[in-house]
Every structure is written in structure tokens, then in C-alpha cells.
Design a protein around this ligand. Structure first.
Ligand code: ASP
Length: 377
């Protein structure tokens, strides 16, 4: 009889809860230990995704990235521990990354085709669904701070260019001389790309000359043209990657997400990527998750990547990692885009997904320790 009671108790305590949680699709331990009443603090950041192969960075360079990512993730997490909001943590960490020349945001922004730096950023509050975004600014030292000011101190969600800078001046947000954003590696990256573009243009002209007007549009001719327009990412990693983002969960259970970027080297005609587009590069909703993205912005916009991940959680109750993988490793992959996301649900569960070779990222693990990762392992 005693044995039967013992077996019954074991079933009740261990097996039954596991079955229930497994049906919900994973993260058994987290959901068992944490509920909406008792969320843990959560913090994760990224510093861009792309062709980052092991060995492609010198040990010194890799250490610089790792140190800066660790500094930023710890600064944001300490803010959360001190009782600050998820929005504060996101802004604090992104500012650190924006101030570093290592990342394609703020100080280290890439150059446009005409040799300028045009910065984009956005932030979203998961509690209220308030959002702020800024695009195409040249003089704002920390675009994430301006995005937050737009969210909190204006009646708008998004501002661009000169108007946004006027608002920044009114709000006493730090402006700098555009020269502040000039860095040698980013300049060199632009020159490399311009050279490649020139060579391709010459090839197209040659092909046109050889084939004559009558054969225009043949597959050969077309493929040269396609490679010209579809190849904005074909430069070395330091020229293209390094958009930054952060996602946080604070002591009150509120999620927030933010993203900041210089966009893509050689971008033209006032091009704006996904980073300042709410629902594409940034999204936060306490009912589902918070997401910050990095990658080929045109694809992230077309797929509404950040909102799509949240929708999969909201409408299909997918766990965060599955939702992120479905959007990045299937939808984005199938469409031909590349990049990745960091995401967090309301329990502090983390989702990281990318279809590129690497993604600079750092998070605080369940023991409260910082973890920095770069490669796909
Ligand atoms: N998503 C950014 C953009 O398209 C670039 C990047 O994350 O690498 O502007």
C-alpha cells in the first residue's frame, strides 16, 4: 500500500506537470519556475549579423568586440537590477554600442553612396505599445535617445531627416558635427564597394556592346544586372555588419526592444532599412515578446519579421525560439534574405535565430552571468 502511495505521489509531482508543459511546446523549467507574477529580469543585445567566420577576426579584434558587448550587456542588466525600466536598459546598452566605432550604429555608422552617414533607430515599449523611430539623421550622436524622445515627448511615432534633427535640438538631445561619424574602416568599405560597382557597370556596358542592342535581356545580360542590384552586401564584414539592438524584461514584467543602425554601406536615395520600422526591425508587446533584428533590411521589412515572430506566439502559442526560427530559418531564408534576431518572451525566455554565419550577441543567463557569443555554435 505504502509503495502504491509513493508511486502515486511521484506521478503527481513529476510526471503530470511535465506532460502539461510539454504539450505547450517546451521551456518546461522556465514556465514551471516563473509566471507572469514573478518574471525574472532578462537582457539580451546584438551587434549585427553576417559573414563572421571563426578565424576571420584577429584575436585582438575579437576581444574588442567581446569586451564591448560584455560592457553593454552588463550596463543594461545592472540598470534592471537597480530597478530601472526595460526601456532604460535598452537605451543604456544601445548608447554604449552607438558610441563605439566597432558597430554600425552611431559613431561607427557606414557610409551612404554619396559619402554621408545616415542613421536610423527605433524603440518600443511592450507595456503600452508606444513606439518611437527616427530615420536619415546626420547629426544625432545617439539616435536611440532621439527615438525614445519621439516616443515619450511627441505625438508622433516616426520622424526623419532635418525635421527629426530640429526636434532633437528642441529636446536638447546631443547633436554633433557630421564629421564625428567619419571612420577609416567604414570609408574604406565604401571605396571597395564603389570600385566593385564600377567594375560591374563596365562589364554590363561591355556585354551590351558585344551582344548589340538586339540581344538585350538575354540571361547573361540579365544576370550581370541582377548581381549589380542584388549585391549590396558583398563587402567585407566590417563594412556591412554591426547594427545594434537590445531587448529587456524588467522587474515589473515589462518588455522593451530597441535597434540602431547606420544601414547598409552604399545605400542610395535616402534608403531606409528595417531598423526604424516598427514591426520589421523592432517590436515589443508584453502579451507576446520583444524583438530586435539585424540583416538585409529590405527582406525584414517585406516579411514584417519582428511582428511576425510576435504573431506566431500570440496566435499560435509557439515558444519564442520556434517562432524566431520559423521566421528566420524558413521564411527569410526562402525569400533569399539573411540576418537574425534576438527576442525575449514575458517570462524572460530568450530566442536567438540567424541564418547568417555569425551574429554578435550577448545575454545574461539564468545565473545572472553575462555570455558573449559571435559564431554559429
Ligand atoms: N538591418 C540593417 C539595414 O538594413 C542593416 C543590418 O542590420 O546589417 O539597414
Amino acid at each position: 500500500m505504502k509503495k502504491q502511495i509513493a508511486v502515486f505521489l511521484v506521478l503527481l509531482v513529476y510526471i503530470v506537470p511535465l506532460t502539461g508543459f510539454a504539450q505547450k511546446g517546451g521551456f518546461v523549467e522556465m514556465k514551471q519556475l516563473q509566471g507572469p507574477q514573478n518574471p525574472r529580469l532578462g537582457f539580451i543585445i546584438h551587434g549585427g549579423a553576417g559573414v563572421i567566420r571563426k578565424g576571420s577576426l584577429s584575436p585582438e579584434r575579437e576581444k574588442e568586440y567581446r569586451d564591448k558587448l560584455q560592457e553593454a550587456v552588463l550596463a543594461g542588466y545592472k540598470a534592471l537590477q537597480a530597478g530601472k525600466s526595460s526601456l532604460d536598459a535598452v537605451e543604456i546598452a544601445i548608447k554604449i554600442l552607438e558610441d563605439s566605432p566597432l558597430f554600425n550604429a552611431g559613431k561607427g555608422a557606414v557610409f551612404t553612396n554619396d559619402g554621408k552617414n545616415e542613421l536610423d533607430a527605433s524603440i518600443m515599449d511592450g507595456k503600452t505599445q508606444a513606439a518611437g523611430a527616427v530615420a536619415g539623421v546626420h547629426r544625432v550622436k545617439n539616435p536611440i535617445t532621439l527615438a525614445r524622445a519621439i516616443m515619450e515627448r511627441s505625438e508622433h511615432v516616426m520622424m526623419i531627416g532635418e525635421g527629426a534633427e530640429k526636434f532633437a535640438t528642441e529636446q536638447k538631445i546631443e547633436l554633433v558635427d557630421p564629421k564625428y561619424f567619419w571612420t577609416q574602416p567604414r570609408w574604406d568599405a565604401l571605396q571597395r564597394i564603389l570600385k566593385q560597382e564600377k567594375e560591374k557597370n563596365e562589364k554590363v556596358k561591355e556585354a551590351e556592346g558585344e551582344k548589340g542592342q538586339s540581344e538585350k535581356g538575354t540571361p547573361d545580360h540579365q544576370s550581370i544586372r541582377n548581381s549589380q542590384t542584388r549585391d549590396p552586401h558583398s563587402e567585407k564584414p566590417e563594412g556591412r555588419f554591426g547594427t545594434v539592438g537590445a531587448v529587456a524584461l524588467d522587474k515589473d514584467g515589462n518588455l522593451a526592444a530597441g535597434t540602431s543602425t547606420g544601414g547598409m554601406t552604399n545605400k542610395k536615395f535616402g534608403r531606409v532599412g528595417d531598423a526604424p520600422i516598427i514591426g520589421a526591425g523592432t517590436y515589443a508587446n508584453n502579451n507576446s515578446c520583444a524583438v530586435s533584428a539585424t540583416g538585409w533590411g529590405e527582406y525584414f521589412i517585406r516579411l514584417s519579421v519582428a511582428r511576425d515572430i510576435a504573431s506566431l506566439m500570440e496566435y499560435r502559442a509557439l515558444p519564442i525560439q520556434q517562432a524566431a526560427d520559423l521566421v528566420i530559418k524558413q521564411k527569410l531564408q526562402n525569400l533569399g534574405g539573411d540576418g537574425g534576431v534576438i527576442a525575449m518572451d514575458k517570462f524572460g525566455n530568450i530566442g536567438v535565430s540567424f541564418n547568417s554565419e555569425g551574429m554578435y550577441r550577448a545575454y545574461i543567463n539564468a545565473d545572472g552571468k553575462p555570455v558573449v557569443e559571435i559564431y554559429n555554435d
